[in-house]
Design a protein around this ligand. Structure first.
Ligand SMILES: [Zn+2]
Length: 367
């Protein structure tokens, strides 16, 4: 589970960072063309010159999907896995095995979460190649990594106190603060900026950068019209509702509006006939159905939340309205961030107001 800057390393952390697995996801009209994913150290060719591989994460989610695209005499890779010895062993196995000993030409990273960017510094140094990433993801990653070794800031404590956290939960936040940087190799000190809408030639094909926001600040997807492929990172996952959270660094932010706007934009920018290559779960057909399903799910959550606010509530009081599962200590940070994303969205829409008492605790009610 990730809070704004802190992070823990126990089982399940990776899934929690990226989002909660949904029951309804299975009901969306999606088609999974591959019966099985690649074995560890193996690869499946999902299109000519595009290989699907998996890097171990441990925990409930078990792995992240990474991709290699033929790039002349070498490979461009997309996303990299967490910084662990198991991941470097897995990469070394595919470098020598399914990638045929050819060099990595460049490393694309969709966004700054450690399961995506964790090995980017290691791979770029190993092959003396460039990291390709959007500017906000690069900068935010370096800012968060710089918190390692610092004490939890008063702003963060005030933020979670205001959400209704008790002393034990605040203690956990303080104890875990600054863990982000320990999950990734130091980033390279320079990078190639990816820009929204840019066309990039990789090997024989053009790939367009399609930026989304809300799960992370400037998340890059890669779309190839010729190959009918979209590498979606965590922006579109078939069975997980990606984490969209407010964090202490930007307590008044409205990431849910960013998220809903991004999903709607992708529907206009990427056709429905692509094979979606997500960072978690399996490749699937049915992009537009999935986008509609995600948007509808959040809008329904907002409507339920709004009626619950007939009586004033704290952020910690509305978990039951938004989540179909019990929220234990391990899910507190993400549940709070997501609850605040929905509450802030209602405030920005003029449908709710927040009042903060003298004890620093915020109460929300319908406007
Ligand atoms: Zn992520």
């Amino acid at each position: 589970m990730r809070d704004a800057r802190g992070e823990k390393r126990e089982t399940g952390e990776h899934r929690l960072r990226d989002g909660l697995e949904e029951v309804e996801g299975a009901r969306a009209r999606l088609v999974y063309p591959f019966e099985q994913g690649p074995a560890q150290g193996g690869a499946i060719e999902v299109a000519p010159g595009v290989k699907w591989m998996r890097m171990p994460l441990g925990g409930a989610l078990a792995f992240i999907n990474v991709w290699a695209i033929r790039d002349g005499g070498g490979w461009a890779v997309v996303d990299t896995g967490m910084q662990t010895t198991a991941t470097s062993a897995a990469w070394n196995a595919v470098f020598a095995g399914v990638l045929g000993g050819d060099p990595v030409t460049r490393v694309f990273v969709t966004h700054m979460h450690p399961d995506h960017i964790g090995m980017a510094g290691w791979i770029t140094r190993k092959f003396d190649c460039r990291l390709w990433i959007t500017r906000l993801e690069y900068l935010m990653c370096r800012v968060m990594a710089a918190d390692t070794g610092r004490a939890a800031p008063e702003d963060g404590l005030r933020f979670y106190r205001s959400a209704g956290w008790d002393r034990a939960a605040l203690d956990t936040y303080e104890a875990r603060f600054g863990g982000f940087g320990r999950n990734l190799h130091a980033l390279p000190d320079s990078y190639r900026r990816l820009e929204d809408g840019e066309e990039i030639r990789i090997g024989d094909h053009d790939w367009r950068v399609v930026v989304g926001s809300g799960h992370s600040p400037e998340h890059a997807c890669l779309y190839s019209a010729a190959l009918k492929l979209m590498i979606s990172g965590d922006q579109v996952l078939p069975k997980i509702s990606s984490n969209v959270s407010v964090f202490p660094t930007e307590p008044d932010g409205d990431p849910l509006d960013d998220w809903l706007t991004s999903l709607a934009a992708i529907k206009t920018r990427v056709p429905d006939d692509v094979l979606v290559l997500p960072a978690h779960n399996d490749p699937f057909h049915g992009l537009h159905a999935r986008l509609d399903h995600l948007i509808r799910g959040h809008e329904r959550g907002l409507a339920r939340l709004r009626s619950r606010l007939a009586e004033p509530q704290r952020a910690v009081d509305v978990f039951g309205v938004l989540f179909k599962r019990a929220i234990g200590p391990d899910l507190m940070g993400m549940a709070t961030g997501e609850a605040l994303a929905h509450l802030n969205c209602l405030i920005h829409r003029g449908q709710a107001v927040r009042e903060t008492g003298e004890d620093g605790v915020s109460w929300y009610r319908a406007a």
